[in-house]
Design a protein around this ligand. Sequence first.
Ligand SMILES: *[C@@H]1O[C@H](CO)[C@@H](O)[C@H](O)[C@H]1NC(C)=O
Ligand SMILES: *[C@@H]1O[C@H](CO)[C@@H](O)[C@H](O)[C@H]1NC(C)=O
Ligand SMILES: *[C@@H]1O[C@H](CO)[C@@H](O)[C@H](O)[C@H]1NC(C)=O
Ligand SMILES: *[C@@H]1O[C@H](CO)[C@@H](O)[C@H](O)[C@H]1NC(C)=O
Ligand SMILES: *[C@@H]1O[C@H](CO)[C@@H](O)[C@H](O)[C@H]1NC(C)=O
Ligand SMILES: *[C@@H]1O[C@H](CO)[C@@H](O)[C@H](O)[C@H]1NC(C)=O
Length: 475
Amino acid sequence: MPSHREDELELEQGLLSGVSRKEQLPERPLLYSRRPLLYIMLLISFLGLSWVFLRTDARQPLTPTLNVPRNVQLDWAQYSPYFPAGTYSSPPSGCKVDQIQRHGARYPTKGASTAIRQALAKIQSVDEYTDSRLNFLRSFKYQLGTDDLVPFGAAQSFDSGVEVFERYSHLTNGRNIPFVRSSDSERVVVSAQNWTNGFSFASNHRFNPPVAVIISEAANDTLDDSMCPGAGDSDEQTSAWLGTFAPPITSRLNAAASGANLTDKDTFSLISLCPFETVFLEKGSPFCSIFAEDQISFPGFEYAGDLDKYYGTGYGQELGRVQGVGYVNELIARLTNSPVRDNTQTNRTLDSNPATFPLNRSIYADFSHDNQMIAIYAALGLFNSTALNPTQPDPAHIWRVSDLVPFSARMVVERLDCGKQGSNVRIFVNDALQPLEFCGGDPRVGICTLKAFVESQSYSRNDGEGDFEKCFLDS
Ligand SMILES: *[C@@H]1O[C@H](CO)[C@@H](O)[C@H](O)[C@H]1NC(C)=O
Ligand SMILES: *[C@@H]1O[C@H](CO)[C@@H](O)[C@H](O)[C@H]1NC(C)=O
Ligand SMILES: *[C@@H]1O[C@H](CO)[C@@H](O)[C@H](O)[C@H]1NC(C)=O
Ligand SMILES: *[C@@H]1O[C@H](CO)[C@@H](O)[C@H](O)[C@H]1NC(C)=O
Ligand SMILES: *[C@@H]1O[C@H](CO)[C@@H](O)[C@H](O)[C@H]1NC(C)=O
Ligand SMILES: *[C@@H]1O[C@H](CO)[C@@H](O)[C@H](O)[C@H]1NC(C)=O
């Protein structure tokens, strides 16, 4: 059973606080040698400025702030709330936008809940705690649900819909509103609805995009990673890391709660209660204070998530990237205004019908899961770096899932139509502009021509170069 599925217990690790986000971003160039680019970039700065002006009296976000330091929240791996990982710069007018989003913050999945309850039963069975930070456990009652969005998560998606309207309102009119699709998990569909609520609210209810297509996860679905039974999992790597970072924490807890006999897995579950309870309570959970000071629990938790995703559906999984191919082929169809060509996860009935896969909109929004977004990043070639070492994290590693797929994560692909120069592509992941080195982009500018971008996607255009068939081989 693959541990990278969201409904499994996700193990973790991490020992470093990682690079600061600034270092990961392509720097904005100071000088441009090519005139046309200069023109584009000036326009971007100008629009960026006007956007800032407009924003000064803008509404407050609906998403509450949590009274937990941001640097701690950024070590919660895939359970980190969304924060922008970069500074968005507006495009020139006339761009077409495609975005894929993860659902907002949620309760633990069923599998994780079972593990959490077991760990809690053990630590609450003892008569005495010798660490006062555990005293709250005497009267603590576990009250989290399973799988569904928490109100904080609904607010995150709502705010994202508001933000997209504010950024791209010039692309919207009565005939041209966002085309929205969702995978059919409840939390994903509700996130999509909340996003459309936010978009509608920001437009003073002039534009009310429906969630037009809901795709079954039991069938062909480019918004879920459920179609490759042959894919492996990340158990080996996450277990190795758990055995590396967790033992001192487990010993400390067992010393403070003598007789609880906690295992490293229990420790992991208890750490996860910090993010899960915090997004539920909308304020810091007492579980956070058990782990905040040791400098290893949260960084360890983050790296466990990094490994889990890398070896689950990312570059470390032989059949990870292929699960993003169907989506990339849909993206190429939208960017090039041409029919979808794909022989992997797409539903050909849906994608060949303009009612369920139109090509004439300016904004498309798709709602999905973290594991699937990871597969899409890897199919595209984003965040490509040396393999993650399961027991020795590189402090400078860029594959940090709190940057890649926090709750309410979003990847935005912009097609920029820049007059005589033709079309160009930019990609933002959580507002961090991607360098696009794989299509010959200047990493300082993060722009490729559409032609070079499409050419760079040969793995997807060739249906995963034989990998999709491997999904169905008996091993
Ligand atoms: C897209 O095409 C459909 C079907 O031809 C049409 O009804 C709709 O108005 C078009 N939308 C835009 C924004 O052009
Ligand atoms: C999110 O969507 C759900 C289901 O449609 C709804 O009950 C809830 O009020 C929405 N919340 C926001 C903030 O839009
Ligand atoms: C494709 O989508 C149609 C329309 O939603 C659905 O009826 C059909 O079952 C889907 N087929 C597969 C194989 O996903
Ligand atoms: C912990 O182990 C001891 C010794 O094996 C046992 O007596 C005790 O019941 C265990 N505690 C829990 C909570 O399982
Ligand atoms: C679903 O995907 C499989 C595998 O690519 C394909 O054989 C089948 O035709 C697809 N069905 C639809 C309705 O697209
Ligand atoms: C990742 O980077 C390596 C080394 O630069 C390169 O060989 C490989 O093709 C890249 N993979 C993708 C998907 O871009």
